[in-house]
Design a protein around this ligand. Structure first.
Ligand code: PMP
Length: 385
């Protein structure tokens, strides 16, 4: 159990967050809990860099957050344009189809992002209600530059929705400045809270569109109409009930938000950039290739091809050296690569331990390289922390 958890979520959690999680469970209408929940909702706006956004925090995983966005905004027959960068984009397409949307996917070769021109050509060609993108697709490690998508969506009268499950709290994101209508995420990644919270930040435009619906939301639990009064009540420091909130997870969220905002969002973005560059430099120094094209590689995780002659037995070798990393997920290349998460409270020490374990595992697998080359490359970048 003392292994270092370096998968793309859940991640290593700060001791103070785990301690908050172990607080004696209080009533969900106790004054202490109301204060923590209300304050956490306020502080989430600072994480998403929006003043006008409406936060929703609901018990569930990231997939519920995707489902809430789709269930509340889509009516049967609506058209959705989806920027496809991998496995989680495909999941989003399936969810939207469940709610009756016609989904058009615009993709690129695996590991890359379709061009803005391509996205715009589609928006020009038909009337879309939503433009969806996966901020970081956890199957490919591809980062989408979502800033221009916000303005493109506005220009063509669509709403922009970003799945930031593997990004929020790590990747640069400025919801209001970039004009993103819904940013959704989950607790267990760069927000540094154990799994179990679905979180959304919704623009006034998106709430207006929700209020103008002609048909009822087809999912009772996901319906904004059920949750909006609850979120508003807690922010006004009043008790309210629709579904029992996950009290302990919200204590943990409150603690993690203090740590994140104590660091500051700009410092947080920079930290993730440097950590990611250090890890990627190490992999390059070891002669390993990455799944995403380097210009579109995420900073919260890395997706690395096994070298020639090495396969997924490497994961076991890495684990024997005390570090847990993840196997492949994208069906086209599943057996050919592995994934490493480096987000949340990740430190330079975690990166060095992970690179060291990978080097040891590669050596045990018979791969020939200069032992220590990865560690040297990482150390050079980590000086910038
Ligand atoms: N979207 C992305 C980008 C993800 O990485 C994940 C989880 N790996 C999800 C959605 C789904 O989240 P969950 O597993 O918490 O349901």
């Amino acid at each position: 159990m003392n292994e270092l958890l370096m998968i793309p979520g859940p991640v290593e959690f700060e001791p103070a967050v785990l301690q908050a999680m172990a607080t004696k469970t209080s009533s969900h209408i106790s004054p202490d809990f109301i204060e923590v929940f209300g304050h956490s909702l306020e502080r989430l706006r600072e994480v998403f860099l929006t003043e006008e956004g409406q936060p929703f925090v609901v018990a569930g995983s990231g997939t519920l957050a995707m489902e809430m966005a789709a269930a509340n905004l889509i009516e049967p027959g609506d058209r959705v344009l989806l920027v496809d960068t991998g496995y989680f984009s495909h999941r989003f397409a399936s969810i939207c189809e469940r709610y009756g949307a016609g989904v058009t996917q615009v993709g690129a070769i695996l590991g890359d992002v379709p061009s803005l021109e391509e996205v715009e050509r589609n928006l020009r060609g038909a009337k879309y209600k939503l433009l969806l993108a996966t901020h970081v697709d956890t199957s490919t490690g591809v980062l989408v530059d979502v800033a221009p998508l916000g303005s493109l969506a506005r220009r063509y009268g669509a709403l922009s929705v970003v799945d930031s499950v593997c990004a929020t709290g790590g990747e640069e994101f400025r919801q209001e400045e970039w004009g993103i209508d819904i940013c959704l995420t989950a607790s267990q990644k760069a927000l540094g809270v154990p799994p179990g919270l679905a979180i959304l930040m919704v623009s006034p435009r998106a709430l207006d569109l929700f209020r103008e619906r002609g048909t009822p939301v087809a999912n009772y639990y996901a319906d904004f109409a059920n949750w909006l009064p609850i979120m508003e009540a807690y922010e006004a420091r009043k008790a309210s009930y629709f579904g029992t909130p996950p009290v302990n997870l919200i204590y943990a969220l409150g603690e993690s938000l203090e740590e994140i905002l104590g660091q500051g969002m700009e410092a947080r973005f920079r930290h993730h950039r440097v950590i990611s560059e250090a890890f990627k430099a190490a992999m390059t120094a070891l002669g390993l290739k990455q799944v995403p094209a380097l210009e579109v590689a995420a900073h919260t995780m890395s997706a690395i091809y096994y070298p020639e002659g090495v396969g997924k037995e490497l994961l076991g070798e890495i684990r024997e050296r005390g570090v847990v990393v993840a196997g492949g997920l994208h069906p086209q290349i599943k057996e050919r690569y592995f994934r490493v998460g480096h987000m949340g409270g990740v430190s330079g020490g975690h990166i060095l331990a992970t690179v060291g374990a990978i080097e040891g595992a590669l050596q045990a697998s018979g791969y020939r390289f200069e032992l220590g080359a990865g560690l040297v490359a990482a150390q050079k970048v980590l000086k910038e922390l």
